[in-house]
Design a protein around this ligand. Structure first.
Ligand SMILES: [Zn+2]
Length: 120
């Protein structure tokens, strides 16, 4: 159910059976409250969406999700997100480094949509 439909159902519920002036006044107050709550939800959702679209250091600047700085991990050297939205995993394989690439749909850290990333 879309948030608009939900709001509309709520609106119908508030005004159902309203006849007297005091009932109308109360319904208007309830309606205003509902409208404000709906507005807050919409604004928050848009702000979250905007925040996600900005991205983070992991999906925007190739910041390492994992980097074995000390060389303590015999299996894994580095994990980071490339500009094209691929997750790059670099394991240690008998002194040969071979990068594995996994296509990501969303940034695992901020949730930014990584599909269709070709421009970096
Ligand atoms: Zn991100």
């Amino acid at each position: 159910m879309t948030s608009y439909r939900y709001f509309n159902r709520w609106n119908q519920k508030i005004f159902k059976g309203v006849k007297t002036l005091s009932e109308i006044e109360k319904a208007i107050k309830d309606f205003t409250k509902a409208l404000n709550a709906f507005n807050t939800v919409c604004v928050k959702a848009l702000q979250k969406k905007q925040e996600r679209e900005k991205g983070c250091g992991y999906c925007k600047t190739n910041k390492s999700l994992y980097f074995d700085k000390q060389g303590n991990n015999p299996n894994l050297k580095e994990v980071y997100i490339e500009g094209d939205g691929n997750l790059s995993v670099t394991p240690y394989l008998c002194d040969v480094t071979e990068t594995i690439q996994i296509k990501l749909n969303f940034c695992p850290m901020c949730g930014r949509d990584l599909r269709g990333e070709n421009d970096g």
